[in-house]
Design a protein around this ligand. Structure first.
Ligand code: 13P
Length: 261
């Protein structure tokens, strides 16, 4: 049985003060939810928050007594250097974060990050001890042109170059986020989401092996809300969700965490 992985991606919301306020409220929600505490304690569910770089310290300090994982939204592949505006893997681990998003569609399409760079980031992240959440997903025009599978394959294969099977199973999570479903209120139909997540599992078996494919955690993201969580999470190849807007309110995020149990 694979564990469930329920993650919020705050994008460019919540500075350190708002982060501490969120965590205080979210802490109360978790403490009032024994079923969540039990699921996290027995390893069947993980809860993660991917917060802005400037809020990582506040977040990691805030969750010290809570079963919540903290992650960064991006990293550079070098440890130090003349890379103005960037943060490195050792900096992320130093503040107590354990995970990092790599290749979110906003990084790919607004900041023009390419597979080759994303692969360097994935390698640096896992070498530095982080779990890398590699995001993949097609644009609407790519889907309409019948190219969704090809785009996913290329992002997956190129993004995971140089990664071995053990690392893939233990240190990589794949998040499928169709770009047309992000922030639009349009969720991929459960069948469409499952079709691509099943394809990603098949790709994992081809690129690594069957055991790795059984183990790897695959998430769906794009307009996930408390109301659609159950339907999404009940798909056989979807192990969790990566939530944008609905993770910004403790009340809706805890509801997603509960509905995924
Ligand atoms: P929304 O849940 O706001 O659509 O964002 C999805 C996303 O991009 C999560 O990484």
């Amino acid at each position: 049985m694979r564990r469930k992985f329920i993650a919020g991606n705050w994008k460019m919301f919540n500075g350190p003060k708002a982060t501490s306020e969120f965590i205080n409220k979210f802490s109360a929600e978790i403490k009032a939810s024994p079923e969540v505490i039990k699921a996290v304690a027995d390893g069947s569910e993980e809860i993660a928050l991917f917060v802005p770089a400037i809020s990582l310290t506040a977040a990691a300090d805030g969750v010290k007594e809570l079963p919540v994982i903290i992650g960064a939204q991006n990293c550079h592949w070098e440890k130090n250097g003349a890379f103005t505006g960037e943060i490195s893997v050792p900096m992320i681990t130093e503040v107590g974060a354990t995970h990092v998003l790599i290749g979110h569609s906003e990084r790919r399409h607004i900041f023009r990050e390419i597979n080759e760079e994303l692969n360097k980031k994935v390698q640096a992240a896992v070498e530095g001890g982080l779990v890398a959440v590699l995001c993949v997903g097609e644009l609407l025009e790519e889907r309409e042109a019948g190219r969704a599978f090809d785009v996913i394959r290329e992002q997956f294969i190129e993004g995971l170059k140089g990664i071995d099977a053990k690392t893939a199973a233990e240190k990589i999570i794949i998040a499928y986020e169709p770009v047309w479903a992000i922030g639009t209120g349009k969720t991929a139909g459960n069948d469409d989401a499952e079709e691509i997540c099943g394809y990603i599992r098949k790709l994992t078996a081809e690129r690594f092996d069957g055991e790795t494919a059984d183990k790897i955690i695959i998430l769906y993201g794009g307009s996930v809300k408390p109301e659609n969580t159950k339907g999404i999470i009940s798909q056989p190849d979807i192990d969790g969700v990566l939530v944008g807007g609905a993770s910004l309110k403790p009340e809706s995020f805890i509801q997603i965490v509960k509905n995924a149990l």
